[in-house]
Write a protein that binds this ligand. Structure first.
Ligand code: CMC
Length: 389
């Protein structure tokens, strides 16, 4: 009954009005609150971009300092969260650990359910941005069987994250400023992307007026999937499997026959080069200057060249997306592939929160509840098991 438009994957359905992020997929344009991603990546910092996304405008000096101070002093988590995380199996996927521990935070902050109070929403958003790197780093240390490293309040956001991961003395590269900057840029590039799968999950779950930790945990679940944030992990595995440049034509043949997808290529919105991929390609140079070149880069570059000239990809407007090169950088940092999506999640957190905050203040929003086209049976007569078996 009623009008139902069949639109699987919401390809043609606008679920909300939003002033957070603008994308023109045909022209390859991405802007946060009106500012081009290229300028933000070059001149801003992740914490400033987080402020911009959530508050809608750039901070004054005093606003930025207060924001950075608040985030820095909320990076610690309750000791019971640590105990909770230590209960995972030794080989637990860090994304599973992150999703569960962010969900668990809702029980540590029951006040988070009061979503109609602006001050209360603010403190929960600060907590989540601040604690995400701590939880992400601990999920990484857990898989390595190493002791968790506590946050260091003397360090900036990204440097603190690297310190909790590698405890600088263990890292081959130390706290090289170029690496800190490159990772900060990667966080900026991932910070928001309008109504992608995980943001839609955050909004959909958030529309029930649940607390933001539960809504973001749903977003992390969506991001975990290989067609979304899991793609960079899949790209690395694909490049390793291809192994040498000589194997590329055979691999492309298999993709065109529909045996598998060229991971890191194609996008629902971009029908042109993903602007984030262009910036990441440049960041590769800075990172490889410190770490040495990742030998898989050559295969990736050749794969891109061949695909961009191939009719199959040209006709379907399939270009490299954000995930095509990011995995190469992450591997140069010595992150195992399972960690790549955790890095994506840390970067995406301000975007999820900005969209959640917009949602809960939007008077036009309703609980998410799409229609369906029913294709099953009707009015069957039930026969009890004793008569059927
Ligand atoms: N390799 C080969 N063929 C592809 C690819 C690909 N990577 N992507 C799309 N196609 C083909 C697809 O088979 C279809 O062909 P046909 O019209 O002959 O059936 C056509 O292109 C359109 O594809 P679609 O699946 O209808 O497009 P979509 O908008 O639903 O999917 C996508 C977008 C990103 C899921 C898809 O391009 C894909 O699976 N890419 C590989 C995974 C990937 O890199 N994901 C990361 C996305 S960016 C970061 C993020 O948002 O998380």
């Amino acid at each position: 009954p009623g009008l139902a438009v069949y639109d699987p994957g919401f390809v043609n359905t606008a679920s909300c009005r939003s002033s957070v992020t603008y994308i023109d997929g045909e022209k390859g344009i991405l802007e946060y609150r009106g500012y081009p991603i290229e300028q933000l990546a070059e001149k801003s910092s992740f914490l400033e971009v987080a402020y911009l996304l959530i508050h809608g405008s750039l901070p004054t000096k005093a606003e930025y300092e207060a924001w950075a101070h608040e985030i820095t002093y909320h990076t610690f988590v309750h000791e019971n969260v640590r105990t909770f995380m230590q209960g995972f199996r030794y080989d637990a996927h860090p994304m599973g650990m992150l999703m569960a521990s962010v969900g668990a935070l809702s029980t540590f902050y029951p006040d988070a359910r009061n979503i109609s109070d602006a001050e209360n929403r603010h403190i929960q958003m600060v907590r989540m941005i601040a604690k995400m790197p701590t939880l992400g780093a601990w999920s990484f240390r857990h898989a390595q069987g190493k002791p968790y490293v506590y946050p260091d309040n003397d360090l900036g956001y990204t440097a603190n994250f690297l310190s909790m991961l590698f405890k600088m003395s263990e890292s081959k590269f130390g706290a090289d400023e170029r690496l800190v900057k490159a990772l900060d840029v990667l966080f900026i590039l991932h910070a928001d992307h309008e109504q992608n799968c995980s943001t839609n999950a955050v909004r959909s779950v958030g529309s029930s007026q649940v607390d933001p930790y539960s809504a973001v945990a749903a977003g992390i679940g969506a991001l975990y999937g290989p067609l979304h944030g899991g793609a960079n992990e899949a790209v690395l595995r694909m490049l390793k499997r291809i192994g040498t440049k000589e194997n590329i034509p055979d691999f492309i043949k298999g993709v065109k026959e529909g045996n598998e997808r060229l991971m890191g290529f194609g996008h629902r919105v971009y029908k042109n080069y993903d602007p984030r991929a262009t910036i990441i390609k440049k960041a590769c140079d800075d990172v490889f200057e410190v770490t040495g070149v990742n030998p898989l880069l050559e295969i990736a570059q050749e794969l891109e060249k061949i695909a961009l000239e191939d009719e199959y990809f040209v006709k379907r407007k399939l270009y490299p997306n954000v995930d095509f090169y990011s995995g190469l950088i992450y591997e140069a940092f010595q992150f195992p592939p399972e960690m790549f999506t955790v890095l994506f999640a840390i970067g995406r957190t301000p975007g999820w929160l900005a969209q959640w905050s917009e949602l809960v203040q939007d008077k036009e929003q309703k609980i998410a509840r799409p229609k369906q086209i029913y294709t099953g049976d009707r009015t069957l007569d039930f026969v009890p098991a004793s008569e059927r078996w």
